[in-house]
Design a protein around this ligand. Sequence first.
Ligand code: ADP
Ligand code: MG
Length: 494
Amino acid sequence: MKFGIHLSVFTENWADDLEQYILKSKEIGYDGVEIPLMDPFGLDIKRLIKILEDNQILCTCGTGLSDQTDISSEDLVVRRNGINHLKKCIDICQQLSCDVLGGVLYSPWGKLYSRKDSEVRIECAIECLQEVGLYAKEKGVILALESINRYETYMLNTIQDGLDFIKRVGSEYVKIHFDTYHGNIEEKSIPDAIRSAKGEIYHVHFSENDRGIPGSGSIQWTKIKDALIDINYDRWVVLECFVKPDCETGTGTNTWRKIEVNADKTAQEGLKFMKDLFGLDHQLTKEQCKELLKRISRMFDERQDELSMYDSVIGDGDHGITMAKGAKAAIDKINQTENFEASELFKLYGKTLISTLGGAIGPLYGSIFIELSLVMKNKINVGLVEFATGFDQALNKVIELGGAKPGDKTMVDSMVPTVYSLLQAVAEQKNIVQAFEEAKANAIIGAYNTIPMIAKRGRSRYLQEKAIGYQDAGATSFAYMIEQIYIYLLEVSQ
Ligand code: ADP
Ligand code: MG
């Protein structure tokens, strides 16, 4: 799931300069911005590409048709204009590396006829979209048609209208764009409507029943979220609120009164609400992943005497020193890198542990970070699912490499309860902070439970029964690492 914001939340005129709003969206924490292509031929695309690239932010695009670009017009020249408009928008999407063009792409806003008398117009729109669909396929851009309320169009009001319509178009590149504001007016049951369009919804707009901040009105958000999860919707959720009257964008959307305090507050609270709703409220950005790795290294440094002490009783007394040395080398490497994705950061951390630690512990500990990096690949932000899956794979890898079983008095004994706890939290859709709070507690109990165990792996196995009564160093350091992740997540969430 990626979260975007329609830039018209900020703009007062459709043609306002977008740069400051793109920067602001990035700062607030959005993954992307939705760019309204109102005048595709007048847009300075090179500049837009530069702004997006410089700020490392993605985008989606939306457009609409006017009387001059109406593809449902009975006038051939107007239809050709409309086709050219849509093709130009598709070109722009491709240039901006955006794979979806959403909006009312079939008829101009506010054009109202009787449906019964409009078969010719509907036919015209379908024919044009068949042609534009071929072009969209060539360029790898999906056209997502937005059903909107009855006061703004007669053609597509419900998701069912959209499904019937795209079936007639018959292009795999012409799909549906769902908007909660319109759905709230037109659908008997929004969740049922969403479920009926599995595999066809390619774009989603979130807006409250009064176009304000989601969660501030009467829309039943949890049911909508459940339906989107049921249909495996994993694409963009874009905040599209219109909260300001007395300006071009307000008037254009019939916003006659002040709906929210201001656009900034709308953008901030909107994102927080959407992330909370999907349980993704504490996903870590790559910058936060970097900070997390720093905290882990610092913990190994601060805890080195204690960890070596555990190892000195039943091992050779070097676990703390070894881990602190490796963790320092790893974070030094990370500090030398710039613009690395989360996945690459974890990979570099793991590889450096392997190369500096050596022995058995190097590959074992290193593989934990490498397995985490594998599940984080191509993810913009990482959250509970990535950590849970990553630690699960890491556990399998440690068992595969070291041959230890649960109960052998090794780090496996704190990894098993951690993984169990995290996977359980994913199944129960818990928030990541709560998930790690429980995982940390279970990891510490797991380490503690090694006290009465007889060692079967590592150096302490030579001690046989003599190791009974002492806590395993590796199990303890792993538990401390999970605790550190919890502490950082808690800090980020506040
Ligand atoms: P070394 O034993 O080479 O001196 P450390 O002292 O750094 O390495 O690490 C010791 C810890 O490594 C042990 O407390 C144990 O948790 C973990 N360990 C050792 N062997 C294995 C293994 N085969 N599988 C899992 N963990 C192991
Ligand atoms: Mg040792």
